[in-house]
Ligand binder design. Structure first.
Ligand SMILES: [Zn+2]
Length: 204
């Protein structure tokens, strides 16, 4: 969620980025001297549903910042370990921040050298610094402002953190009840995302 990362670098040719630090045996921090952007990339192939890393709060912040991740309606954290803040946004993400478990999870198989990305509105209800996304994916949404700004068509594509899911259900509950189950499978297949597990604490 770093400010300089707000414009996704996913479409950047990999030959222009330089590895600057191995942060785990599977992940490394890269730097693009052409635009000053950092990114986190896989060093090895990572399997769908695997936990890339756990995370916790380095500190809690009362209001969202350009670095923070929202973990509850009224809670925003700065991430520990700190290198996770270099995970950029994509409208076709390959990881998900599970804020209930404190885990970064692979949404699909991730190839070696592939950039690690997540969908910022999956944790953020209303972002303090909206940005225009240039992820270049087929489903790019353009302006990224948080889950509260997503249209109904976007809502069915993504997996959301529990606090966002509950809030969306409050706003779009009737819509989700009638369409979510029907459309999810086809959308997930198109995006090569796994089908979403049900949220057991919510009855649709
Ligand atoms: Zn995008």
């Amino acid at each position: 969620m770093e400010q300089q990362m707000m414009n996704s670098t996913q479409s950047t040719p990999t030959e222009t980025v330089k590895r600057i630090l191995n942060v785990t045996e599977n992940l490394a921090l890269f730097y693009n001297p052409a635009n000053g952007h950092h990114s986190l990339r896989a060093l090895t192939q990572l399997s769908q549903n695997s936990v890339l890393h756990t995370f916790s709060a380095r500190e809690y912040v009362a209001r969202p910042t350009y670095l923070s991740v929202q973990v509850a309606d009224d809670r925003h954290i700065h991430l520990a370990p700190e290198f996770l803040q270099y995970i950029n946004h994509s409208c076709e993400p390959n990881t998900f921040f599970d804020t209930s478990k404190g885990e970064v999870i692979a949404l699909r198989n991730i190839a070696a050298n592939e950039e690690i990305t997540f969908f910022y509105p999956s944790t953020e209800w209303s972002m303090t610094q909206p940005f225009t996304c240039f992820c270049g994916t087929r489903s790019c949404l353009g302006q990224i402002q948080g889950a509260s700004y997503l249209n109904k068509q976007a809502l069915v594509k993504y997996r959301f953190a529990e606090h966002i899911h509950q809030r969306l259900q409050g706003v779009f509950g009737a819509y989700w009840k009638t369409t979510r189950g029907l459309s999810l499978a086809s959308v997930s297949a198109r995006l090569r995302l796994p089908a979403l597990p049900p949220f057991p604490q919510i009855s649709f």
